[in-house]
Design a protein around this ligand. Structure first.
Ligand code: KG4
Ligand code: ZN
Length: 327
């Protein structure tokens, strides 16, 4: 049921290479969501180039905001607050969104809600699933982060573990680049892996049984690069599909092991996935299977809410507004 007189919040996200604006009404009614991806601009470099990202945000942000407002059928005057990602992210990119959000909130005399990007990724789940409430375990996994957190209540977090080196998305992107695949590499590896044998190459499962909730991916990445170089140098053919499947299997096995243990040890009945890598099919399927019959529910947002987007920013902004946490 749509709430009467619910707050209308404009969300803005520019932390990395997606320029996004959204209009949210109340806790979870997405009136519009515009995501303008710069992936094409960065593709030839195999990764995000910060300076190019900032410039592209500058060009795309106001058109995205106007498109979001038009799509929602809302004028500037009807906005009750502006929520914007304050970090973590690329500093130049963040500044574009923050400056625009500050200017809009100042001009309209409405509250500014400065949002943590990782927390916003978790809130994409509350946006999507009505009735979903903490306590839960959240796995935030993206191009820049890999963290496992226990969330006892709204806006309360205890970090259980994180990556000791590369973020999962970063490892996917670097391996993909070495294989000559397009950027971003995660979706490409996910796609190829479906046609490969996950047991073809025994890549290492780092820190799998170290008793912590931490992750380590740089050794795995190096192992893949070394394998590919060895095959190429000796002129031996190899299957890109098998490499993708075996690499992905190594990443996912450790993740599933640690997430399942975290859910068991914290005694929560819910696990949520968040961030771009939460779109990974293998992770979803393997985790689903591991949690099956254990009375633990698995939640993950649809793809457009997994990747960087302004709707999740507005959703967290709504909660901060309710709690009076205005910037
Ligand atoms: O959350 P996000 O859009 O941006 C950051 O905040 O980093 O995540 C982007 C990352 C990229 O590294 C991309 O390769 C990865 O998410 N990714 C995937 C998949 N889709 C996106 N990784 C593995 N499998 C996927 N299906
Ligand atoms: Zn993100």
């Amino acid at each position: 049921m749509p709430e009467k007189d619910a707050e209308i919040i404009l969300g803005i996200e520019t932390s990395c290479d997606e320029t996004s604006a959204a209009v949210l009404r109340g806790e979870r009614e997405i009136r519009s969501l515009v995501i303008s991806s710069q992936a094409d601009l960065h593709s030839r470099y195999g990764g995000v180039v910060p300076e190019i990202a900032s410039r592209a945000h500058l060009e795309s942000l106001l058109p995205a905001v106007h498109e979001a407002l038009a799509g929602a059928g809302v004028g500037y005057g009807e906005l009750d607050a502006v929520a914007v990602t304050r970090g973590p992210g690329l500093i130049g990119s963040l500044m574009v969104g923050l400056t625009a959000a500050k200017a809009i909130s100042f001009a309209l005399e409405v509250p500014l809600l400065a949002v943590n990007h990782l927390e916003a990724h978790i809130y994409a789940n509350f946006l999507r699933f009505e009735g979903l409430e903490p306590p839960l375990v959240a796995f935030v996994v993206s191009g820049g982060h890999t963290v496992l957190v226990f969330m006892p209540a709204h806006r309360r977090y205890q970090v259980l573990g994180e990556t000791l080196d590369d973020a999962a998305g970063e490892a996917y992107d670097k391996v993909a680049r070495h294989l000559g695949l397009e950027y971003p590499g995660g979706p490409a590896i996910d796609r190829l892996a479906r046609h490969g044998d996950p047991e073809a190459i025994p890549f290492p499962r780092a820190v799998m049984h170290d008793g912590t909730y931490n992750f380590s991916l740089s050794g795995l990445k190096t192992a893949v690069v070394n394998y590919v170089n060895r095959q190429r140098d000796s002129g031996k053919p190899f299957s890109v599909e098998d490499v993708a499947a075996s690499f992905q299997a190594a990443v996912v096995e450790v993740q599933v092991h640690k997430i399942t243990r975290a859910a068991r040890e914290t005694g929560v009945g819910k696990v949520v996935l968040a961030g771009g890598v939460a779109a990974n099919r293998c992770l979803r399927e393997k985790l689903e299977k591991a949690l099956e019959g254990k009375g633990i529910g698995l939640y993950y947002p649809p793809i457009e809410l997994c990747v960087d987007n302004a709707a999740m920013v507005a959703a967290l902004g709504w909660r901060m507004l309710k709690e009076g946490e205005v910037s």
